[in-house]
Ligand binder design. Sequence first.
Ligand code: FE
Length: 197
Amino acid sequence: MSIADEIFNIFRSRGDAAYFGEPVSQVEHALQAAFQAEREGADDSLIVAALLHDVGHLLHDLPENIADQGVDAHHEEVSEAWLSQHFGPGITEPVKLHVAAKRYLCAVDPDYLSQLSPASLQSLELQGGAFSHKEAAEFARLSHSREAVQLRRWDDQAKVFGIEVPPLEHYRARLEAALVPGKTYGSLIKKASSCYP
Ligand code: FE
């Protein structure tokens, strides 16, 4: 089975779960984020990053209301660890930084906080809240921080009930082109679970 098939199978078998207090499923959220990226003319790496940014949520068995229990699943780290076995930093870095990008935007964009969904506000607290001035400046200096902020905005917009967007297969060629040859495909869940605190 190809890596693209393995990834799509994860979405097909586990992606129907609700997306943490939002009116979309996990797979709908991924597809809407990727479509936002494509519609805004993002490069292929960033479109794939948008599609896969929350794959970490599909790799664990934590309940959908995990934030209600005061737990941060650190899904961005799980996603990055898992994706780094197949993809380069153009994909894994924006994914890794997409939660930090939310904390950054809360610090630098006065309108951003007011636009967050209730579920996203709740998880913000668990993720450490808005960055301080100093933390925001440090984040802005990281490579791929700009891409992470773009990804974050598509992420936030990808929670719309019932809209039609292209299916997983629409992204197969981009995903396959982004795979880094020679990377191995084994012990994925094991590696991902080692990221939990
Ligand atoms: Fe997301």
